[in-house]
Design a protein around this ligand. Structure first.
Ligand code: SF4
Ligand code: SF4
Length: 319
């Protein structure tokens, strides 16, 4: 079986599952128009090496350890039934032994151990976001579904969007673009006011290397969705994160601009690089091959953004 079909089998297997919620962030000004609440789901079909939320990659729950908050009281080591915690472990937790009982999380007095990913019902999510409705209304904001990847949990996302629209709340999704288009069109598209769609890398082999999967379906989905959104007058914004030496190369930016221009796109977004994700990888015991990489550990130089903007502008695309 070819790899791309395998990816779709994985996506289809998850689409009816209930996601874990990583976080609900209120008062966001960065995830769509106005003041927004952002719901972060856990789980993504891509595995981008620079992921801003590395704790959102796996769909299952995890334990995070924040060494900066640990007071070394030893309580967690005493209560762990699996002897999975040790100061000699570079990440403190031996994740092969850990059975995710969360005893250590409940007993840690300093909040150094945290359960990452919790089940929440649609009603519980609504209860969290509804107090901010006056701010949404006053600012032209609303609720953003993010992740991870919200389309991975198509049925739950549809239920949540239905509930939000029932409250007359503006809805926006941030997607990596790897989903089954038929189900997206039937379940989510009608309930979304705005779609933010990531176009990261055009070269198929580089996309596979840095995002873990081929990009043919992502690009095809964008083309289909853009044509539909144009007809319906729905807002669809392609976004490209500028990752040093990976997505921000002149060739990749030129290729993305050409891809978008061919479809008739005139507005896009370029996202400046933010290296804060490195801090999160240690907490969940994830490998970080870029931890000592000079470019990947520094904030973006504005010249990179300006150079990319010029390339897009030359293609007639505002950013
Ligand atoms: S979650 Fe349970 S098994 Fe895992 S480290 Fe904590 S106490 Fe041990
Ligand atoms: S219980 Fe919390 S503060 Fe105490 S050693 Fe464990 S992680 Fe550190």
């Amino acid at each position: 079986m070819r790899c791309k079909n395998k990816n779709i089998l994985v996506i289809n297997a998850m689409t009816t599952q209930t996601p874990l919620v990583l976080d609900i962030k209120g008062n966001s000004l960065d995830d769509g128009p106005g003041i927004r609440s952002v719901i972060f789901f856990k789980g993504c079909p891509l595995s981008c090496v620079w992921c801003h939320n590395p704790e959102s990659k796996k769909a299952g729950a995890e334990v995070a350890f924040d060494a900066g908050r640990c007071i070394d009281c030893g309580t967690c080591r005493e209560v762990c039934p699996e002897q999975a915690l040790s100061k000699s472990n570079p990440f403190y937790i031996d994740r092969d032994k850990c059975t995710l009982c969360f005893e250590c999380v409940t007993t840690c007095p300093s909040g150094a151990l945290e359960q990452v990913g919790k089940t929440m019902s649609i009603n519980e999510i609504l209860e969290k976001v509804m107090p901010d409705k006056p701010f949404f209304d006053a600012s032209g904001g609303g609720v953003t579904l993010s992740g991870g990847e919200p389309t991975l949990f198509m049925d739950f996302s549809a239920g949540l969007l239905t509930a939000l629209k029932g409250e007359n709340i503006h809805t926006l999704i941030e997607t990596c673009g790897l989903f089954e288009m038929e189900r997206f069109s039937a379940l989510l598209y009608p309930l979304l006011d705005t779609i933010y769609f990531d176009i990261k890398i055009i070269d198929p082999s580089a996309h596979k290397t840095f995002c873990g999967v081929p990009n043919d379906r992502v690009l095809a989905n964008f083309a289909t969705l853009f044509a539909q959104a144009q007809k319906d007058g729905k807002a669809l914004l392609p976004r490209t994160p500028l990752i040093p030496g990976i997505t921000d190369t002149e060739k990749n930016i030129t290729d993305i601009a050409a891809f978008l221009k061919k479809l008739g796109v005139t507005q896009s977004a370029l996202l400046a690089y933010n290296p804060l994700w490195h801090d999160k990888t240690d907490k969940i015991g994830a490998s970080d091959p870029y931890k000592s990489d000079k470019a990947m550990t520094a904030f973006a130089d504005n010249s990179v953004l300006e150079k990319s903007r010029k390339i897009f502008a030359a293609a007639g695309i505002a950013t």
